[in-house]
Design a binder for this molecule. Structure first.
Ligand code: ADP
Ligand code: MG
Ligand code: MG
Length: 893
């Protein structure tokens, strides 16, 4: 294998082999931008190192050859005593892993070449500064010495000579420091700082390889879902010096503002500095405008290079640059990270500048970013006092009283208060409190901690890992930023930024939300500045384009006319799931009791007769709201236990009444019925089509109500489009029985009204057996709708309500799961059943209409899966409709 690529050999599409940094250094070299000569050692070499526990021998030879080429190009030798060539050794994986492995600069300096460098540059201070940096970085990264030791020696020296900043240290001071640093190396590693340039280089390369497998790096990758076997590349780059006096310096810059998307360049510059000094915040940086004043020529070159990069990459880029005595060098570029708002604005700006097409623009933004723009926000105008900032774990804006445990959470919410549950960390015992809380704040844990996972699952705002907060349950205190807070004190959490504020902060709808719900004019009117107006317009253009390119339709899960209207406003093209059981809860629950209790046909008839007009009204309302659009009504699918009284409570009540001799006949009957129907495992019990077949007349009632509602609306000149959906079918015969009954009723009601009711009849595919026998089921179905919630539960064999809080956090931590399968479809397992269902169904009926109505219908990653699986539509909660529209569009381009 070839392990070493010169920058002139690679390009930006070779990130797998060269890592992100290496691929982009090569690309910049290729397009003629000023990159110091260098080469990249491939990720393959790293994989070989991990496999064999040693650097492949051929690699050493290739490195020698590549180093010689650099030496010939610039006419200096690595570590030469008079005019030394120095290099940096930089890690760079395919995906950036910030802070996982540091870079070693100035490799090649030693006791002799430092003097050569001083002479050759004419700057003694600079030479010794570079040397002390090498020992410091090498000691820390390669020899794994605690960085604090060097940092405190540096501080001590500054104090000793009264230097305010690093720049105030003289060459003599730095010479002393080099001696102390070497002493630290001796003490901590038991060896001398290596003097041989090639030994330094080899050790640094090996250290970069080794850094791929540190505990810290593995943990990071697990959290970010980056595979463990990629390996990292190593870049060896000729040093250029920003610390060669006042005409030198180093900086970072963006081609557009990454936080707002404003066009124009943004950046920081630090004169007389090297590498990390800019981000480390050692001295205050200058703006690029100030750089223009200092060095107009370099500034102009920088502007030109950035324009070049942006047109070349056709996207917002960020760069690292260094100016060495008035000469500009580029040391890194990449397509820059940006906020959600900036992503939308930049995408449409680039379209307007003719750099990308609208198809590309929609692939530059994501549903997750759109989600962020839809959450309510804290009013930016309001006064607010920041307490601390931590990890934004679950978005939203929550305000409430501090509570420290479940009991407080329940008491205060029952009293009508909003509460924020504040814990060191959460565990399954805290679930009750988390459910009622408006927000969750923890002082420990990361993005996959229990608190984060559960809060995201529930859609509750959460900020986690706020290490500056001290939660003291014993003293009933929360100490932060010099303040002592108590239960009852109000705080506000911003789950999008991770900020925690003291006191009430007013919450407002985001302008993008106003646009989605009420249209463009409303969105623009709600925008307070030009940037926001531009954002609203950008979202509108991108969604409109997504609508025009997507193949899948987007429907909504809506149980009421109100939900239906809301979904329609947001662009839903129909209802994919109306859960009729919700219409039987509340006051109407007693009718179900009557039904269950009815012994003879007559009593049952009576109970059903009571229900018919109520159901008809529900459907008239819904179908009217969805006029002209398909509306899938699912026949009742109640877990029975939700409808009948609690067995224990009822048993106690009857027993007590018996004791007092005033027991009611009705209660005794009810108890007997409830006992008869009591299930250990209601989710796997008498539900869905099973209940419909068991309780005669129940489905018939609903079907009749649908038929009559349709007739009524047609008479009124409307265009109702109901579809009847049968839940929890496992066998074709179940569907066949219901279908026969339904066709009879539709024909009868239609005939009586002098019309034909051609209402499609289909079923949910939500049991593995249904997916596996889909070719049979399709014989009786006009459409399929995949119920991926139940399908996930029955495929994995766990109940969502019970397991999420119980062990998902552990499963995420130890890598059994990378994300909750209830959030994102488990493509390998549950997805295989979906594909089997699609294939089976279409083998019987090539044009069978198919959709999905589980929670996954609104999840970006899952939507791409459904597109690829060939579904015709997704159905999701009204709130997620715009996200599904965008992602269905992205899946199609
Ligand atoms: P990170 O990925 O942490 O930014 P880098 O490898 O980019 O690490 O390097 C850290 C710093 O050192 C950056 O500011 C970079 O610009 C600077 N740097 C790296 N190589 C050189 C070089 N050959 N000459 C001058 N500065 C360099
Ligand atoms: Mg960098
Ligand atoms: Mg179901």
């Amino acid at each position: 294998a070839k392990y070493v690529y010169r920058f002139s050999e690679g390009d930006k599409d070779q990130k797998d082999l060269l890592g992100g940094k290496g691929a982009n250094l090569a690309e910049m070299t290729k397009i003629g931008l000023p990159v110091p000569p260098g080469f990249t050692i491939t990720t393959e070499a790293c994989r070989a190192y991990m496999r064999d526990g040693q650097v492949p021998p051929e690699l050493r030879v290739e490195v020698t050859m590549a180093m010689r080429e650099i030496e010939d190009t610039i006419g200096r030798r690595h570590g030469d005593f008079h005019e030394p060539l120095l290099v940096s050794v930089r890690s760079g994986a395919k995906f950036s892993m910030p802070g996982m492995m540091e870079t070693v600069l100035n490799v090649g300096l030693n006791d002799a070449s430092v003097k050569g460098l001083a002479e050759f540059s004419g700057d003694e201070r600079f030479a010794w500064d570079s040397y002390r940096r090498l020992i410091q970085m090498f000691g820390k990264t390669v020899l794994e010495i605690d960085g604090e030791r060097f940092a405190s020696a540096l501080e001590a020296k500054k104090k000793e000579v009264g230097a305010a900043t690093d720049v105030d240290l003289t060459a003599e001071d730095l010479k002393d420091l080099v001696e102390s640093f070497k002493q630290i190396v001796r003490e901590e590693s038991g060896r001398e700082f290596p003097q041989h340039p090639r030994e330094q280089l080899d050790m640094a390369i090996e250290a970069v390889f080794g850094s791929w497998n540190t505990e810290r790096a593995r943990l990071y990758r697990r959290r970010e879902r980056i595979p463990n076997d990629l390996g990292t590349a190593v870049n060896v780059v000729t040093m250029v010096f920003g610390n060669l006096g006042e005409t030198s310096g180093t900086g970072v810059a963006f081609t557009r503002d990454p936080s707002t998307g404003h066009s124009g360049v943004y950046g920081d510059y630090l004169p007389n500095a090297q590498g990390e000094d800019v981000v480390a915040g050692i001295r205050n940086t200058l703006t690029l405008a100030e750089l223009e004043g200092l060095d107009p020529k370099s500034y102009a070159e920088l502007m030109q290079a950035m324009r070049r990069l942006e047109t070349h990459y056709r996207d917002l880029c960020d760069i690292e640059f260094t100016i060495e005595r008035g000469k500009l060098w580029l040391l890194q570029t990449r397509v820059g990270k940006r906020t959600a708002g900036a992503a939308f604005r930049v995408a449409t700006q680039l379209v307007d500048e003719n750099l990308i097409t609208m198809d590309e623009a929609i692939s530059r933004v994501s549903g997750a970013q759109l989600t962020q723009l839809l959450f309510p926000q804290f009013d930016g105008e309001a006064d607010r006092k920041l307490l601390t900032r931590a990890m934004a774990a679950s978005p939203g804006a929550a305000v409430g009283e501090i509570v420290l445990d479940n009991a407080q959470a329940l008491t205060r919410t029952q009293a009508g208060a909003n509460v924020i549950l504040v814990r060191r960390e959460t565990n399954p015992d805290d679930l009750q409190g988390m459910i009622v809380a408006a927000g969750v704040l923890t002082s420990r844990g990361g993005k996959t901690s229990h608190a984060a996972v559960v809060a995201r699952g529930m859609g509750t705002t959460a900020v986690v890992g706020a290490e500056e907060i001290d939660v003291d349950v014993v003293a009933q205190e929360v100490r932060v930023a010099g303040q002592v807070l108590h239960p009852g004190d109000v705080i506000a959490l911003d789950g999008t930024t991770g900020e925690v504020f003291l006191g009430e902060v007013p919450v407002v709808d985001s302008p993008v939300m106003r646009y989605i719900a009420e249209g463009l004019d409303a969105g623009l009117a709600a925008s307070e500045d030009d940037a926001t107006r531009e954002l609203v317009l950008a979202v509108d253009r991108i969604l409109t384009h997504a609508d025009s390119v997507r193949r899948m339709q987007v429907r909504a899960n809506a149980d009421t006319a109100e939900d239906g209207r809301r979904a329609r406003e947001r662009g839903a093209q129909g209802v994919g799931l109306c859960r009729t059981e919700h219409q039987f809860l509340g006051e109407r629950r007693t009718y179900i009791e009557h039904l269950v209790l009815a012994e003879g046909g007559e009593a049952r008839e009576a109970a059903l007769a009571e229900l018919l007009p109520l159901q008809r009204k529900d459907f008239v309302d819904l179908l009217e709201a969805m006029d002209g659009l398909p509306t899938t009504i699912r026949l009742i699918d109640p877990p029975l236990h939700e409808f009948l009284p609690d067995l224990t409570e009822l048993a106690v009540k009857v027993a007590v009444a018996k004791e007092q001799g005033k027991v009611e006949e009705r209660d005794v009957k009810l108890l007997a019925a409830v006992q008869r129907m009591h299930e250990q495992n209601p989710m796997l019990g008498l539900r869905g089509v099973r209940l419909g077949l068991k309780v005669p007349g129940l489905f018939a009632l609903q079907i009749r109500a649908i038929a009559e509602a349709t007739v009524e609306l047609r008479r009124a000149g409307k265009d109702p489009r109901p579809e009847i959906m049968v839940p929890l079918v496992g066998s074709v015969r179940e569907l066949q029985i219901v279908r026969e009954e339904a066709e009879g009723i539709l024909a009868e009601v239609g005939a009586a009204a002098g019309t034909t009711l051609d209402v499609p009849i289909g079923c949910m595919i939500e049991l593995p057996r249904a997916a596996l026998t889909a070719h049979r089921i399709a014989e009786e179905a006009d459409f399929f709708s995949f119920g991926t919630n139940d399908l996930t539960q029955t495929t994995w064999g766990f109940s969502r309500d019970d397991v999420e809080g119980a062990f998902f956090a552990d499963y995420l931590e130890n890598g059994v799961l990378t994300i909750s399968p209830f959030e994102t479809l488990d493509g390998d397992g549950v997805g295989a059943l979906v594909r089997a269902g699609v294939e089976g169904g279409r083998s019987t009926k090539p044009h069978l209409h198919m959709g999905v109505c589980g929670e996954h219908g609104g999840d970006p990653e899952s939507i791409h899966f459904f597109h690829n699986a060939g579904l015709d539509y997704v159905s999701c909660s009204p709130f997620r409709v715009p996200i599904a529209r965008l992602e269905a569009g992205r899946a199609a381009v």
